[in-house]
Design a binder for this molecule. Structure first.
Ligand SMILES: O=C(O)C(=O)C[C@]1(C(=O)O)C=C[C@@H](O)C=C1
Length: 357
């Protein structure tokens, strides 16, 4: 394109940017006022239900040509920056930096947060329980590998509530220091990542030893120091640890996703499109599960997830992790939960929160 055509268009963009800048700062000032109002009553700064409503609304009203997901990404960051003017929220996650858990933190809170990398899922819960972090982000389930048992166990014991859910695509890459596998004698990754790429590895590197390590980021760190190590990790780890990608998207399932829960002390109010998570158990007798769940059907509440997990103390007794549509404050959900509680040997409400976008 010739310079005469390009220049006026760039002037137009400059003008629009100037207007966006003014508007962004006007918005930020209003958010600061909100912050002052909240500070007077000690009200929580992060309001996931409000953020979900804003993001849904911009997608609904988006005239294009920008894609709605991209508009949502932009607005998530705008709200994140505005929120940080009220208070910079601290979020604990399963570290180190560069893992999918860190990515999930940004997906939920935007980048204007204080990330607190923790060495284990237990530590993430502890940090949020102790108040060292305002929230924790923990993996719950991977679409290829199933549930993360430690998270389910800790949800059972914790005083925290689930205040949000994030699902992110998990794409693995094979990476090394020099971008080749010529000198590689070991492929390192978290056991889950090795499992998620096993068919690809069998096909391409059947004779190279695989070694499970504490996290993909740890594998990437090792690969950065040792040219005989290849690591499997998300693309962002290549940047963090100075690696080059040998092959991208090597996970066996192209739609591989991990779901994360946001845990904290906050009790989220209804956003209009919510989900409620609970744990139940019943005495071990025929038909017990069926009759336990019948209040959901009778009150017209849909169940979106059902997961069972053996209870450690009893012989063949199970905990059932159930997600239902709607918020615990919705009338029909409240009635169904009340009945479930009366019929269950064990009942714990994990929380109600906005459905992930
Ligand atoms: O509406 C609020 O409660 C705000 O604090 C404003 C705002 C926003 O920037 O839109 C920021 C943080 C909250 O998590 C929700 C929304």
């Amino acid at each position: 394109m010739s310079q005469e055509k390009l220049l006026p268009l760039r002037h137009k963009i400059d003008d629009i940017d100037a207007q966006i800048l003014v508007l962004l700062n006007q918005r930020a000032q209003v958010a600061q006022e909100v912050g002052h109002v909240k500070a007077e009553t000690n009200a929580p700064v992060f309001r996931p239900e409000r953020e979900a409503q804003v993001l849904r609304s911009v997608a609904d009203r988006n005239p294009g040509p920008l894609q709605s997901v991209d508009v949502q990404t932009i607005f998530r960051e705008i709200m994140s920056a505005c929120r940080a003017l009220e208070k910079r929220v601290t979020v604990a996650y399963l570290g180190p930096a560069g893992t999918f858990s860190e990515h999930a933190v940004y997906q939920q809170f935007g980048h204007a947060v204080e990330g607190l990398p923790c060495a284990s899922i237990d530590e993430v819960f502890r940090a949020a329980e102790a108040g060292t972090a305002d929230f924790g982000v923990v993996p719950i389930e991977n679409s290829s590998e199933g549930v993360i048992n430690r998270t389910l166990d800790l949800l059972l014991q914790t005083t925290l509530r689930i205040s949000g859910e994030v699902a992110i695509p998990v794409h693995h890459s094979l990476m090394t220091k020099d971008g080749t596998t010529d000198r590689v004698t070991r492929i390192c990754a978290h056991s889950q990542a090795l499992a998620q790429c096993s068919a690809w590895l069998n096909q391409h590197y059947p004779n190279i030893e695989r070694q499970a390590v504490a996290s993909n980021a740890e594998a990437a760190r090792m690969a950065g120091e040792d040219p005989t190590v290849a690591s499997i990790a998300g693309e962002q780890a290549a940047q963090t640890y100075g690696l080059q990608i040998v092959s991208a998207h090597i996970q066996d399932d192209p739609h591989n996703r991990t779901r994360f829960a946001v845990v904290g002390r906050l009790q989220t109010t209804p956003s209009g499109k919510d989900q409620t998570s609970l744990v139940l158990s019943v005495p071990n007798k025929a038909g017990a599960v069926y009759s336990l769940l019948s209040p959901l059907a009778s009150h017209g509440v849909s169940m979106s997830r059902f997961e069972s997990r053996p209870a450690r103390m009893g012989a063949w007794e199970y905990y059932f992790y159930v997600d239902v549509e709607g918020h615990e404050m919705d009338e029909k959900v409240a009635r169904a939960l009340e009945e479930l509680k009366q019929n269950a040997a064990f009942f714990k409400l994990l929380g109600s929160y906005p459905l992930s976008l």
